[in-house]
Design a protein around this ligand. Structure first.
Ligand code: GLC
Length: 611
């Protein structure tokens, strides 16, 4: 009788071989890959195999409304991996059942890009613990019904990685795993077409290595060397690293910077067809060895570039993708009080197949890039450069009346372009109001913060809270004084978790209590009602007021009409008979008549049973 591995392999073998040969025309390396898949399957723990089997039987397990994520830095949250394990109760209290542990693999101090420059894919940063601690944590999480997500940084390695060190010493085998050039002829050709990721903090896409007498491709920081996936050895070895980590009990692999992994002279080196071949192969490899593991693609691009990473129904690629345009458009809406672009964005997302699962978020460890639909905004005479300037001025508080307290990121004086950093609370005005001891403004800011969380939770997919946001954590300015971090303003929102403020969540009337309980209540409602299922039919409604967004979700005979007031002014919204009435799930109040009164930054979730 065939075992499970053989059955899974049989299902995918032909397509896997086809794609592998298309890229690499290398039978031996394919044979090696297959025998290694067998090895990693053999090494996979029994409990994980049971988890795989259960998930295989219920392939839609992550597509409901019962997953709530939180992303966190291990050291900021609890010092080390053991600390996180000790603090799982707080996460449970926060109703979190999916934790994204920010990069924790070995990385050189001061040249780490927040851990995204990995020097050893099989070693945990010593100050955070060991691989055994990781396994113990994932086991403890699984016992509590929690999933664990980690980053798989596949586009590059640190310059301290063994391969990079050997390449630097001139070992051809290792040089061929990166992009090495003895002069600037080819790099200069690339520079003509390849855009820059960090135009101010790390300009250019190549770095000159004095000691090696070569240029090396470095799309991100100079110490992050791009891997050459044209070399099958790189693909195979990275797959083995992936499976090694999956076998430690990881449930979700965030494949970092995935659009960048294939390079081709004369192109932008983004989203090339070979990237999709590689992701499709990774998906099949997961389904062969660790079918319980999900691929989360980090594709920070415009919607038409993001969606292809789901693949097709027959040939799926990623299980989940970040809803990055909705996130950026949400902050645009905060700054403009005009929901029209957000409505358009909602309509685009809800017209996509329901199999597509998005990860929804307000803030993450990265900056907010203003990737908005400028072509659409142009009809109102809104130009890209001036609009970005406005958004940044509003959210950094450069305009006197603006409440945002963000900082710019990679501000490029030549193009006038800049991105934005800051925590949700600071961008919502909590920091400013608290500093100025302005009670009314504080009240408003908390309402805005809650309304944004409600909006995130109304979207289909998996909501992920940025650790600290649940207690309204403000910016952390200490990075300004740290020589290893001062030049990267993303550290503004990567502060230590404020355990000193956490107890205040139990003090009635405190900011922490209002947010923790407020968000908690919304999460509770979301998990309890079928209208929040991914299966629900989603559409938007015209509220006759550009500052109020209306979303309808219908499922199992129930209809939810959700209203979000993105302005500080009180509003009365008139609804047609389809949407009027019902009960506000948040206040429990019955809605009479067809007008709804909302305070500035108010939200309401009206539920009607159609039966
Ligand atoms: C991703 C990460 C970002 C990092 C980059 C390079 O975009 O989110 O923090 O700088 O990859 O690895």
């Amino acid at each position: 009788m065939k075992n499970l591995f053989q059955k899974r392999m049989e299902k995918h073998h032909d397509e896997l071989r086809w794609l592998y040969m298309e890229l690499y025309q290398n039978d031996d390396m394919f044979a090696e890959l297959c025998s290694q898949l067998y090895e990693y399957d053999a090494q996979r723990g029994q409990q994980l195999k049971e988890r795989d089997l259960a998930r295989e039987k219920q392939p839609d397990w992550y597509k409901k409304n019962d997953i709530l994520g939180m992303m966190m830095y291990i050291d900021n949250y609890a010092g080390n991996l053991k600390g996180v394990e000790e603090k799982l109760d707080y996460l449970e209290e926060s109703q979190v059942n999916y934790i994204h542990l920010m990069p924790f693999l070995d990385t050189p101090k001061g040249r780490s890009d927040g851990g995204y420059a990995v020097s050893d894919f099989r070693k945990v940063q010593p100050q955070l613990g060991t691989m055994d601690d990781l396994e113990s944590l994932t086991r403890a999480c699984h016992d509590k019904g929690m999933n664990v997500c980690m980053d798989f940084v596949m586009n590059h390695t640190s310059e301290d990685h063994e391969w990079a060190v050997r390449a630097r010493h001139g070992e051809g085998e290792y040089m061929s795993r990166y992009f090495f050039y003895k002069d600037y002829a080819i790099p200069s050709e690339y520079e003509k077409t390849v855009p820059q990721v960090f135009p101010t903090t790390a300009p250019g896409n190549f770095t000159w290595l004095e000691d090696a007498g070569h240029f090396v491709m470095t799309t991100f920081y100079p110490y992050q060397w791009d891997l050459n996936y044209g070399n099958p050895r790189v693909f195979n070895e990275m797959v083995y690293n992936f499976l090694f980590l999956a076998n430690k009990g990881i449930d979700v692999m965030r494949i970092d910077a995935v659009p960048y992994i294939w390079k081709e002279l004369g192109t932008k080196c983004r989203n090339l067809p070979q990237v999709h071949t590689i992701v499709r192969m990774m998906r099949m490899i997961c389904e062969i060895v660790c079918p319980g593991v999900l691929l989360l693609g980090e594709v920070v691009m415009e919607p038409e570039k993001v969606v292809p990473y789901f693949g097709t129904v027959e040939k799926p690629e990623c299980h989940m993708l970040y809803n990055v345009t909705t996130m950026a458009t949400t902050w645009h809406t905060v700054a403009t009080r005009d929901t029209r672009l957000l409505r358009l964005q909602m309509d685009i997302v809800s017209s996509l197949p329901k199999e597509y699962v998005f990860l929804n978020y307000l803030r993450c460890h990265d900056d907010i890039g203003w990737g908005l639909d400028y072509q659409w905004l142009m009809q109102f005479g809104i130009g890209e450069v001036s609009h970005k300037k406005y958004l940044n001025d509003f959210l950094t508080g450069a305009i006197p009346e603006a409440f945002g307290r963000g900082e710019l990121y990679n501000s490029d004086p030549t193009s006038g372009d800049a991105r934005l950093c800051g925590t949700t609370a600071s961008l919502c005005g909590i920091e400013k109001a608290a500093y100025e001891r302005d009670e009314a403004a504080l009240e408003r800011a908390v309402r805005l913060d809650l309304m944004l969380h409600a909006y995130m939770l109304t979207q289909s997919g998996i909501p992920v809270i940025y650790s600290g946001d649940e207690i309204g954590q403000e910016n952390d300015y200490s990075y300004h004084q740290d020589p290893d971090r001062w030049s990267d303003s993303r550290y503004l929102h990567r502060g230590k978790f404020r355990w000193d403020l956490e107890p205040a969540r139990k003090e009635s009337g405190s900011v922490q209590q209002k947010l923790f309980d407020g968000i908690g209540k919304l999460e509770h409602i979301r998990k309890d009602s079928a209208v929040f299922h991914t299966d629900a039919q989603v559409s938007t409604v015209n509220t006759m007021d550009d500052s109020v967004l209306g979303i309808v979700r219908e499922n199992e005979g129930c209809r939810l009409t959700a209203l979000f007031n993105f302005s500080e002014f009180d509003k009365t919204i008139y609804l047609d008979e389809w949407n009027a009435g019902g009960t506000d799930l948040i206040t429990g109040q019955k809605q009479e008549g067809n007008s709804v009164q909302m305070p500035g930054y108010g939200v309401c979730w009206l539920l009607k049973d159609k039966n």
